[in-house]
Design a binder for this molecule. Structure first.
Ligand code: G3P
Length: 215
């Protein structure tokens, strides 16, 4: 699967998030590879009502209904159209305890959970909390032009080896279909990508090209 993280890019915020999501939706219906998008939590409602592909939140807080001003509640994320949630992204790190509680809260309402990690060791720790997916992303490669499968291929296979069969995704610096196919060979079940799509002049062309790496 291809998970496109909109982050807080200008090209993927507000109405532009809807525009980009529509492009992803269109391509997803023409190819055989599942395409998911992770939008800013504040854009969930406006995006989710315009597309039929799964929309993920970028953050969740392990709180319950009540007095938790400024927090993102699992029930609200779900009700605003999310299919799942990214947890502990490299740009939104939380404690191990918070990761566990966030997975539990997300699962309690039926949200898919993708936990991001930076090392196989952390992947192993997180796998004990049984998330739906673990995404390995070396932080130093995020936003760059050299992909994880080129710069650190072993980090993908090492992660796959220690996560007790939790499916592994990978990301950071992914730009081409070759990056995707190499990740797949190393055991990754999917890709997390941001800048390769959000900064592209023609995101539709890029997404169509990336998808070929899975086939
Ligand atoms: O969540 C995906 C992300 O961190 C990778 O970013 O820009 O290197 O594709 P990018």
């Amino acid at each position: 699967m291809l998970v496109i993280n909109f982050k807080t890019y200008a090209s993927a915020t507000g109405q532009k998030a809807v525009d980009l999501a529509r492009i992803c939706d269109k391509v997803a219906h023409e190819v055989k590879v599942p395409i998911l998008i992770a939008v800013q939590n504040v854009d969930l409602f406006r995006v989710a009502r315009q597309v039929s592909i799964p929309v993920l939140a970028q953050h969740i807080d392990p709180v319950v209904y009540g007095s938790h001003t400024g927090h993102d509640l699992a029930e609200a994320i779900l009700e605003n159209g999310a299919y799942g949630v990214l947890i502990d992204h490299s740009e939104d790190r939380v404690s191990l305890d918070n990761i566990k509680q966030s997975i539990d809260r997300a699962k309690s309402v039926g949200l898919l959970t993708i936990v991001c990690v930076d090392t196989p060791k952390k992947a192993s720790q997180v796998s004990k909390f049984s998330p739906d997916y673990i995404a390995i992303e070396p932080p130093e490669l995020i936003g760059g032009d050299i992909s994880v499968s080129t710069a650190k291929p072993e980090i993908i296979s090492d992660t796959v080896a220690v996560v007790n069969n939790v499916p592994v995704l990978c990301g950071a610096g992914v730009k081409s279909k070759d990056d995707v196919s190499k990740s797949k060979e190393l055991g990754s079940k999917g890709i997390l990508i941001a800048s390769g799509v959000t900064k592209a002049n023609n995101p539709e062309k890029v997404i169509r090209e990336l998808v070929k790496g899975f086939l």
